[in-house]
Every structure is written in structure tokens, then in C-alpha cells.
Design a protein around this ligand. Structure first.
Ligand code: ADP
Ligand code: MG
Length: 208
């Protein structure tokens, strides 16, 4: 898809993430301080407001994601502002100059975004964070780089959802949930669910 279509994809994703606030709040109340849903809502509302209308015309796909990441970082606050802002900024930088969003470009975005988040926060898969969904997505994206964006997003979303679900059996070692120790067992990590939702809404946009 071209830059204008990718802008529409990100606008749809942002609107859906704003609507996901109650679900994410409920998840963070189980193992965190309950602010994850509001943080994501604030960040994606800022992205939505940027992308609505004709005022902002990104020059390429990389700039679009980079600018969205900057918006998230300045509006969200909390751990997830830095984490999801870094994902979009690092991923966006890696695809600078691309005028098409396809499965290969999406994979480059996820690989670089994941490296950026790791450099920033040091969490690895198994630590019960959004990295469990992101690294699963990144790995799957490498296997489907030559497929259509539709097929790639569907299979990457499935991998991310499985990664998010795997956090249910993990003990948190990062963020607010760390203080719960063993009591974080049995609950999925809200940031991992957010990560899988972002991909799910992108998949929804391209398949409808
Ligand atoms: P806070 O912990 O400041 O309340 P949020 O509730 O907004 O932040 O976000 C919590 C989410 O941030 C967690 O569910 C987890 O997925 C993610 N997170 C926390 N620390 C890290 C980290 N070091 N690396 C990656 N993700 C992290
Ligand atoms: Mg929180």
C-alpha cells in the first residue's frame, strides 16, 4: 500500500486502540496500577488527531511511523509511553524513505522496533512484557516477508496473540507488576495485549 493508504491504516489502528481503553485498564488493574489503558488511549488519541484530515502529509512510510512514535512518547507518559514510542520511532527510522508498506517493510519495522525497545528497557521474552508479543511477531514476520501484506499481518497477529497469552504463565520482572512477584501468575501482561491489538487492528484494516 502507498503512503496515503498506510496513513489510513494507522488512523484506523489508532481509533481502535483508543476504543480498547476499558479492556486494557481492566488488565492493568489485575497486575499493575491500572494506568496502561489510559496511557495507550492518550497516546493513540494524539496519533489519531495528527492523522485526521489533510494537514499532515507524511513524505514516506518511515516518517509516518516515526512521527506517530514521537507523538506517543510526548503524550502517553509511564513506562509504556517510552516503550511504544520507542517501537514506532526505532521501527520508523529503519524504514525511512519507503513509499510502500508491504510485508517486507513491516518485518523491517518490527525487527528494528524490537531492537530499539530492548536497547531502551532490557526486557527479553519470558519477562512478562510487551516484548513477549513483539518478539513473537518479529520472528513470524521474517517467515512471511514475501507474502501479501494481508496474509503476513494475519499470521503475525496470530503469533503476537500467542506471545501475549504466554505471559499468563510468567512472573513479572519489569514495571509495576514486578512487585507482585508470583501473584502476577495467571494474568496476561497488558502491554503484551496492546502489542497484539495494534497488529490485529492493522490486519483488520487490510482484510476489510
Ligand atoms: P507503568 O508500569 O509505568 O504503570 P504502563 O502501565 O503504562 O506503565 O505500562 C505497563 C506495560 O509496559 C507492561 O504491561 C509491559 O508490557 C510494558 N513494560 C514495562 N517495562 C518494560 C520494559 N522494560 N520493556 C518492555 N516493556 C515494558
Ligand atoms: Mg501501569
Amino acid at each position: 500500500m502507498n503512503v496515503t493508504e498506510t496513513k489510513a491504516l494507522l488512523l484506523y489502528t489508532a481509533e481502535k486502540m483508543v476504543d480498547s481503553e476499558p479492556m486494557l485498564t481492566e488488565l492493568d488493574l489485575k497486575i499493575g496500577d491500572g494506568d496502561h489503558g489510559l496511557g495507550m488511549q492518550r497516546g493513540f488519541a494524539a496519533v489519531r488527531d495528527l492523522l485526521k484530515g489533510e494537514t499532515y502529509q507524511p513524505k514516506d512510510v518511515g516518517e509516518l511511523f516515526l512521527t506517530a512514535g514521537t507523538k506517543m512518547m510526548s503524550s502517553m507518559g509511564g513506562a509504556s509511553g517510552a516503550i511504544f514510542g520507542t517501537l514506532f520511532r526505532a521501527g520508523g527510522k529503519a524504514i525511512a524513505g519507503q513509499d510502500t508498506f508491504n510485508a517486507a517493510v513491516l518485518s523491517q519495522f518490527l525487527v528494528a522496533g524490537s531492537a530499539g525497545v530492548f536497547a531502551r528497557g532490557g526486557a527479553k521474552p519470558g519477562d512478562k512484557t510487551m516484548m513477549d508479543a513483539l518478539v513473537a511477531a518479529e520472528k513470524q514476520s521474517l517467515l512471511v516477508q514475501n507474502e501479501s501484506l494481508e496474509n503476513a499481518l494475519l499470521s503475525i497477529t496470530k503469533a503476537a496473540e500467542e506471545g501475549a497469552e504466554s505471559t499468563r504463565n510468567q512472573v513479572a520482572v519489569f514495571g509495576r507488576a514486578k512487585s507482585l512477584g508470583e501473584r502476577s501468575l495467571g494474568y496476561v501482561d497488558p502491554g503484551a495485549v496492546s502489542m497484539s491489538l495494534i497488529l490485529k487492528y492493522m490486519a483488520e484494516f487490510v482484510t476489510h
